[in-house]
Design a protein around this ligand. Structure first.
Ligand code: COA
Length: 262
């Protein structure tokens, strides 16, 4: 366990990862990037984990890169800067491809790389006061490493205005452009977040992982022969899987599937 974030396990495979650098709004540095990457890799292959909820301690979700850490990179060589950026890219890629349901519980500001973290979540619940923004250009930087994930979620048109202006936007606007799935009032935020996990627990554990892979793979196949082959192989595999058989039998027999029995 690190002092930069904590990992807590609840019942039924729900794991919460909380960023704990509240004093600087949970901004991330190299140590945090490495620790989070390892944690998401481990949880990704952990049969006792179904859902990973990522959130922040204190007022903010994540204020992006720790600017004091990033400022020091002026003394790094080009190679060192590249290697360092690759570590950050690996974190986002690891979360993006994590075979578990990743839920972003955005409790406050999510800026720069914080909005990047939002973009690699499967479902995002935002507090009514959450504030997002691709603020990098206001610092003379660019949202480079996070751009593939952001653009996939919001499209090129929204990316043009938000990357170039660096302006901040609220939770409702984030929902309108597809970064956030639900906005919750302060008094409902905790309860809504809990209920949300229960919705995801209703789906088969393996099916969730396959569905996530399906979304990522099918959108990258452009030739009909390729995507038809891929989708047919995928459903053929699920039909004969024990989880698929169990799910269909449970519905026909009017009972709960075995993954809902504790
Ligand atoms: N890196 C390092 N330190 C940061 C930080 C970051 N990304 N974001 C905030 N902090 C630090 C502030 O420098 C301040 O430090 P201090 O107490 O030594 O003065 C402390 O966190 C509190 O921040 P403050 O701005 O006073 O809090 P606030 O509640 O008024 O505002 C934010 C919170 C997150 C909205 C605001 O700090 C902010 O806009 N941060 C920059 C976020 C950003 O642009 N990130 C993109 C990085 S590429």
């Amino acid at each position: 366990m690190s002092d930069l974030f904590k990992v807590e396990r609840a019942e039924r495979g729900i794991v919460t990862v909380t960023l704990t650098r509240a004093k600087i709004h949970n901004a991330f540095n190299d140590e945090m990037i490495e620790g989070l990457t390892d944690t998401f890799k481990e949880l990704g292959s952990d049969d006792n984990c179904q859902i990973i909820m990522i959130t922040g301690e204190g007022k903010s979700f994540c204020a992006g890169a720790d600017l004091n850490w990033m400022k020091k990179m002026v003394d790094y060589s080009v190679e060192e800067n590249y290697k360092d950026s690759m570590a950050l890219a690996t974190l986002f890629e690891t979360i993006d491809k994590c075979p578990k349901v990743v839920i972003g519980k955005v409790n406050g500001a999510a800026l720069g790389g914080g909005t990047g973290l939002v973009a690699v979540c499967d479902h995002v619940i935002a507090h009514e006061d959450a504030l997002l923004g691709l603020t990098e250009t206001r610092l003379g930087l660019v949202p480079a490493v996070i751009s593939p994930y952001i653009i996939r979620k919001i499209g090129e048109s929204n990316a043009r205005t938000l990357f170039l202006s660096g302006k901040r936007f609220d939770a409702k606007e984030a929902m309108r452009i597809g970064l956030v799935h639900q906005v919750s009032l302060d008094r409902h935020f905790e309860k809504d977040s809990e209920e949300l996990c229960h919705e995801f627990l209703k789906s088969g554990p393996e099916a969730k992982a396959v569905a996530k892979e399906l979304i990522q793979s099918v959108t990258r196949l452009s030739e009909p022969n390729d995507y038809m082959d891929y989708t047919c192989k995928t459903i053929a595999g699920r039909r004969v899987s024990s989880e698929g058989q169990e799910g269909m039998n449970a519905l026909l027999e009017k009972r709960k599937p075995n993954w809902l029995n504790d």
